[in-house]
Design a protein around this ligand. Structure first.
Ligand code: MG
Length: 373
């Protein structure tokens, strides 16, 4: 029987790669719905090719060939076996919750969902017996390594180090948008690529791992591994370390997440060769140079609304950077400032989360604009 899937964010980097995976596994998937943000042209091309019944885009008037539904309506369709949440930013949160309440399994490529509301989303998934299968390569690696979470001593998350790993602090501070977007290993969307340049992405992943695997922050380690071959590892209580390796391609974790628990040949291009890779290097992250990492740990350990603040300030500052309005180092400065001013709310409700998110975004923009004068 075919697995029935909807893809939220099918025109983005993860969504397009998911469709490439499905191209190779056509007899195994039926697409129920595809959704886009602003790129309705590409969505219409995808509708022509994949014939989903339903679709959504910001400009829904321009959709042709599929019935228009809202994201939440799409996530309420019980024929979905799985929904790939591949939208960027906070827009992923409410649809994910709707899908969970409808008992639909989630392949989650949207970090913000767990960073903003992991304490709501994970217990809800448990309550409804819904699987949350991570698409993020590091968490996908851990998911593949873990047999019994109670026997795990540490999670070891690898980081490529991004484009500024070997650059001076001065070079990094004055980096152009182009330099920040030149990621050495992974081809991803713009927001996440900038996050990788500041290591905020790794910080968000630490928070994501805390929620996905209910692991205390002092048991989540980050190690820089420039080759991006070891995608993450776990250390068991007996000292045994299990890692997941593979060439750096998002096709592999996407395919794993949407075909789980089965595995298929799919899109794999050539065999893995240790001899070809020849060496694997590891080093401690430079926490003075990449302050975002510790800011994320601090937010995670504080819990409550602190991670909402971290995420909102960061995302807003990244947008300003991408628009050419601020320098790279100001992103982390903005996050640090907003976190220092934030009144943490314990166990925020969904409404409070969205309220705080909105408020921090406004404050961040204001602060960045006034700081520039
Ligand atoms: Mg990742």
């Amino acid at each position: 029987m075919k697995k029935r899937i909807s893809i939220l964010g099918s025109t983005g980097s993860i969504g397009r790669q998911a469709l490439e995976v499905i191209d190779k596994l056509q007899d195994r998937f039926e697409i129920i719905a595809l959704t886009a943000g602003g790129n309705t042209d590409l969505l219409n091309e995808q509708i022509k090719k994949y014939h989903p019944k339903y679709a959504y885009a910001e400009d829904s008037q321009s959709i042709t060939g599929a019935k228009v539904l809202s994201l939440e309506e799409i996530c309420s369709i019980k024929e979905n076996d799985i929904i790939l949440v591949a939208v960027s930013g906070k827009i992923g949160l409410r649809p994910t919750i709707t899908a969970i309440k409808n008992g639909i399994n989630i392949a989650l490529a949207n970090k913000e969902t767990l960073v903003m509301a992991g304490d709501i989303v994970m217990p809800l998934a448990k309550e409804y017996g819904v699987k949350i299968i991570p698409v993020d390569s590091e968490h996908c690696a851990i998911h593949q390594c873990i047999k019994d979470i109670s026997q795990v001593e540490n999670l070891i998350i690898t980081a490529s180090g991004g484009p500024f790993l070997r650059k001076s602090v001065i070079d990094m501070k004055n980096a152009t948008v182009e330099q920040a977007l030149a990621h050495p290993r992974w081809n991803m969307g713009k927001k996440i690529t900038v996050d990788s340049a500041t290591l905020m992405n790794k910080g968000l992943e630490v928070i994501e791992a805390h929620h996905l695997f209910s692991m205390d922050y002092d048991k989540i380690k980050v190690v820089v591994h420039p080759q991006s071959i070891v995608h993450s590892a776990i250390e068991y209580v007996d000292g045994s370390v299990i890692a997941q390796l593979g060439l750096p391609s998002m096709h592999i974790p996407i395919q794993y997440a949407i075909t789980y628990p089965e595995r298929f040949e799919g899109i794999k291009s050539h065999s893995f060769s240790f001899a070809e890779i020849a060496r694997l290097d590891f080093e401690e992250p430079n926490r003075d140079k990449f302050k975002a990492l510790d800011l994320a740990y601090q937010a995670g350990i504080s819990g409550g609304s602190a991670t909402v603040c971290l995420n909102a300030a960061n995302e807003e500052a990244v947008f300003e950077f991408l628009a050419g309005e601020i320098k790279l180092f100001e992103i982390v400065e903005a996050v640090e400032y907003q976190m220092s001013k934030h009144n943490n709310i314990k166990n925020p409700s969904m409404d409070e989360i969205f309220e705080i998110d909105k408020e921090i975004r406004i404050k961040t923009r204001e602060w960045l604009n006034s700081a520039k004068v």
